[in-house]
Design a protein around this ligand. Structure first.
Ligand code: G3I
Length: 364
């Protein structure tokens, strides 16, 4: 009974001859349902998601961190899957302040460079993430004592150096990440505390100076639906645009709980698009209590489909959908929400889940 939705989807899919037999263990019944059937054949008979997405004018991507650096055949499998299915890549951590700027006069670009090189070698675009955030700041910065003028100089140096390093090579930068608190007020944090609210505007202006051709985004969570916080983001961006600040896009992170896609997502994307902005879904995942049941996996597929559908409904303004990883083997969710996981579109053995099929189905 619990498997009925999933089976319906599989049959619908198989009837069109597109993907027979690629749904494997874990999509119906989950890990607790006895010994799983043998792994399904590889999905080489499917059309890559990125090919389908391109035909709709959409980039489809994922965040990448530790899987990229697995050794041997493990790493080869990860990377092969990554470049086959996706046309966009976001470094999950390697461009963050603490990683890329470990000492005041030291930048460490190599890890992020290797991701950018992989992307370029495989015709993938890169979203830079992120220049200005209240988290993952280097200790030398947060433990120092700085005047407002020095803090501004440090921010300028960081942005000029990092954006300058990748000048001409990235499609987008998350310039400012999560600058709003839950009530829509400016979130306290290192840059706000030292510079004041001007830091947002300065960051966009300095990023634009360092690379005039890259699209500059404001990125945040809990702004996917129409609510108080997204109203504040909207007002912030309107204010910046009115002041001539070079801001080109809004990133809706979309870390969603199972069944939690806001019903106003479409309308929200549409209103940001009407501001003349590019809209990216930047960090999509749909977490569920573990172990997954067949019904949960079907609900998750519906959630993924709804997010993609909302984005497509605002095409061409909504032109990128990026997930926060692609396999349940590499995801931030279990570490942050104990007992929760299975949030992505491939399972931990890199087999496509119903969520993958939902995206495939809608793009086809
Ligand atoms: O790489 C080190 C490793 O060497 C060390 O042994 C280990 C010990 O804790 O830490 C490892 O670094 C961790 C890193 O993830 C890689 O796994 C950091 O501690 C940990 O803080 C970091 O978490 C990241 C988190 O941002 C930090 O705030 C997650 O991977 C990353 O998915 C998450 O991403 C954020 C987006 O940037 C912004 N939106 C929300 C999203 C989820 O929190």
């Amino acid at each position: 009974m619990r498997c009925s939705g999933g089976i319906r989807t599989i049959i619908r899919f198989a009837e069109r001859g597109a993907l027979l037999g690629v749904i494997g263990a874990g999509t119906c019944g989950g890990p607790s349902s006895g010994s799983p059937p043998p792994p399904p054949p590889p999905s080489s008979d499917t059309i890559p998601l990125r090919t389908l997405a391109a035909a709709r004018g959409l980039r489809i991507g994922c965040a990448v961190d530790r899987g990229f650096r697995y050794g041997g055949s493990d790493g080869a499998t990860f990377r092969a899957k990554l470049v086959r299915e996706f046309s966009m890549l976001t470094p999950e951590n390697d461009m963050k302040h603490a990683r890329i700027h470990p000492a005041r006069d030291t930048y460490r670009f190599e890890p992020a460079d290797s991701l950018v090189a992989l992307a370029e070698a495989n015709g993938m675009q890169v979203r830079g993430h992120t220049l200005v955030w209240h988290r993952q700041l280097a200790g030398w910065l947060t433990s120092g004592t700085w005047t407002p003028d020095t803090a501004r100089a440090l921010l300028h140096d960081h942005i000029a150096s990092v954006v300058g390093h990748y000048r001409g090579r990235l499609a987008a930068w998350d310039v400012v990440n999560e600058a709003l608190a839950g009530d829509g007020s400016p979130r306290p944090g290192f840059w706000y505390d030292h510079i004041g609210r001007d830091y947002v505007e300065l960051a966009f202006r300095w990023a634009h100076q360092a690379d005039p051709n890259v699209a500059l985004f404001y990125n945040d969570y809990d702004i996917e639906g129409i609510n108080g916080k997204s109203d504040s983001a909207y007002a912030l961006i309107q204010r910046l645009l009115a002041r001539g600040v070079p801001i080109h896009g809004i990133g809706l992170q979309a870390h969603v709980r199972l069944g939690g896609v806001p019903t106003t997502l479409r309308a929200n994307i549409a209103r940001f698009a009407q501001l003349g902005l590019e809209v990216h879904i930047t960090e999509l995942d749909v977490r569920m209590p573990l172990p997954p049941t067949a019904a949960q996996l079907q609900t998750q597929a519906d959630d993924y489909r709804d997010v993609l559908g909302a984005c497509l409904s605002s095409a061409p303004a909504c032109d990128a959908l990026v997930m926060w990883g692609f396999s349940d083997r590499e995801s931030w969710i279990p570490g942050t929400f104990p007992g929760w996981g299975a949030a992505l579109i491939f399972d931990a053995a890199y087999r496509p889940k119903l969520a993958f099929l939902a995206l495939y189905d809608l793009l086809k």
